[in-house]
Design a protein around this ligand. Structure first.
Ligand SMILES: [Mg+2]
Length: 376
């Protein structure tokens, strides 16, 4: 019989390259052809399993190769032979065992939560404090350099009930950004609009550009300038009436504390892949809230497995009030990894109430798209 006293006796890894539907451009770089994730499975002696995902982007968080190596070489010894309930100790040791690789740590924390949830019969959100929200408003990001293709996607999104979109800007000139904003505002007046520069503006042009964009009254403008330009972020925040959001400037709780002190934004995009785990992501949102700042449920180029982890975290974090962007599994990947359940309900993400994450990978998809693997 499986119990929470079970010890973890195996860790399996897959590095996947998953085909995507279109090219996407961003202020810091493009994604085309495929996106890459590392999938982790922990197993106990009694045969229980826990799953986690590291979704990496080399220009933002790091590389899949680094996450794979961190898990395989540096984090594996912290896990094998340990009890499932040793999660807090294992994650504290993981913080010290290897610097950065926050996506690898998020995958490990996710798999430990999934395993504990499955063994206790509780959904992951219950392990994190209980669900304050079970249907999370969904935002879809538009980033195709071919705007006509994005308008086709937009028609489908609207039909599906999506009422929040985030326009990626700062990769092909200011005029292109304004033209797209104008068109979206005109054709979809009832859709909430958000803007994300992914650091795409220079110090010389940032203020004039964000002023023009603010005139379209988006919910927020995200990370207009380089992650480390804290003083410039703070200055831009003071010059526009629209809320400014930090994304690349804030990874974990330590960054959030510094950002709050520096007054560099009105809110933060919280991601488990940046924070290095579910509990650490909750802490980011709570530090923000304690300083009167808002929080948004961001993500990386994730499969449905990564979305599930984020959805449980947001469900148990009432401080995250701006919805989520877990759209990739349905609207960007050619084939999602998740065998079930369906996360999508119109313009919302549904948070499962079944034990653990409430879903696991389709083994056929896992094996078909594996570039490297440790598992037989
Ligand atoms: Mg962003």
């Amino acid at each position: 019989m499986s119990t929470l006293d079970d010890r973890i006796d195996a860790m399996d890894l897959w590095h996947l390259a998953l085909p995507v539907r279109s090219r996407r451009d961003h202020g810091i770089g493009s994604v085309a052809g495929q996106c890459e994730v590392v999938i982790l499975r922990l197993r106990t002696g009694s045969g229980a399993e826990g799953w986690g995902e590291a979704a990496c982007w080399s220009v933002f968080t790091g590389t899949p190769e680094a996450s794979y190596a961190a898990l395989d070489r540096y984090l594996r010894p912290l896990v094998i032979g340990r009890k499932v309930l040793d999660r807090a100790v294992i994650m504290a040791e993981a913080q010290r065992a290897v610097a950065h690789v926050t996506e690898a740590k998020a995958a490990l924390d996710t798999a430990l939560h999934d395993l504990a949830g499955r063994l206790s019969g509780l959904p992951v959100h219950a392990l994190l404090g209980g669900a304050a929200q079970r249907r999370i408003p969904l935002s879809v990001s538009l980033a195709n350099p071919d705007f006509a293709a994005d308008l086709e996607l937009m028609a489908r999104l609207y039909e599906d009930g999506i009422r929040i979109v985030k326009l990626k800007t700062g990769f092909a000139g200011h005029a292109f950004d304004l033209e797209r904003l104008e068109r979206l505002r005109r054709d979809y007046p009832d859709v909430a609009l958000r803007v994300d520069y992914n650091q795409g503006l220079t110090p010389e042009t940032a203020e004039a550009s964000v002023r023009d964009v603010a005139a379209f009254d988006p919910d927020f403008i995200e990370q207009p300038v380089a992650a480390h330009h804290h003083a410039l972020m703070a200055r831009l925040r003071d010059r526009i009436a629209v809320p400014l959001l930090a994304d690349e400037s804030v990874f974990g709780p330590e960054d959030m504390a510094r950002a709050a002190q520096a007054g560099l934004a009105d809110g933060v995009s919280v991601k488990i892949m940046k924070a290095g785990g579910l509990g650490r992501a909750q802490t980011v949102a709570r530090i923000a809230a304690a300083h009167g700042l808002t929080a948004y449920g961001g993500d990386m180029f994730e499969t449905g497995l990564g979305h599930l982890a984020g959805a449980h975290m947001i469900a148990a974090t009432p401080e995250i009030t701006l919805g989520c962007e877990f759209y990739q599994a349905r609207y960007y990947l050619e084939t999602d990894l998740l065998a079930g359940p369906c996360l999508y309900d119109g313009g919302h993400i549904l948070v499962p109430d079944t034990p653990g994450l409430g879903g696991r990978p389709d083994m056929g998809v896992l094996n078909r798209f594996a570039v490297t693997r440790t598992a037989p």
